[in-house]
Design a binder for this molecule. Sequence first.
Ligand SMILES: [Zn+2]
Length: 303
Amino acid sequence: MSSAPQTPAMLLPLFVDGKGREVAVPDFGGMPIADTHAHLDMLDDPALALARAALAGVGFVATVADVTEDAWRTYDELPSWLANARELLVAEGREDVAVPRVRVVVGAHPHNAKDWTQDTEAEFRRLAADSVTCAIGELGLDYHYDHSPRDVQREAMRAHLTLAHEFGLPAVVHLREAHADGLEILREVGRPPAGCILHCFNLAPEVMEPFLELGCHVSFAGPATFKKAEEVREAAQAVPEDRLLTETDCPFMAPEPFRGRTNEPAYVVFTAARLARARSEEPEPFARHTFAAALALLDAERR
Ligand SMILES: [Zn+2]
């Protein structure tokens, strides 16, 4: 069982603020919300996180697995995470609630570009053929941390995008302080026909615009809820509804009112609620189109 007894986290109450008061679950009229970018393998207890996500109204999770680290673990353990999440719900008397559908995004993070070799590409090819794989990533450029040399990052980004074309999979793109170079490479290799997500977008609309013109989807995480993030919410207003996505990027960047905590898929409902408000949309139609956009892109039949 991955629901280890030593973990302090509990199934319920779902959301408690800094003062220990319970926070209401945002209401989307019964429509599910998608977390299109999670790192379940970085959470203490992925099964518990999935059960909590289920109770929060999350219906779909795309989790990222890195072939330069231990991607195989996600593929091996996902069935038991799902089964244990179901058991937790049943034990709580909530067998009426469905465990989220989970699919896997596989690739090498730009931090690990230096470890992208023929061997990791072979591992990628093996895992990409698994029917649970839905996208390639997260790929891209991170010039903030520079954990891999920039030219090596650019080469790995080209290689990943080329594989996205070859496998007919969407690409999940991480760009930090590198949007101009990222855009250039995307134009050079071409946006993968199956789609391309600019993930965890947290900048101004002008930065996003050329990616929208290329036909990219744009996904928003916790930063869209931060108090001073008006320009991020302006960007979210400009995304066509069939290309707007919600995510957590957990365990990083929890949304308000949980900023600073370990993030988990359940918290995506707070980002969704804030985005709906920013776009002056009712929660239910917002949930409907963002969930439909997530499934159309990340839960499609293999092409
Ligand atoms: Zn990520």
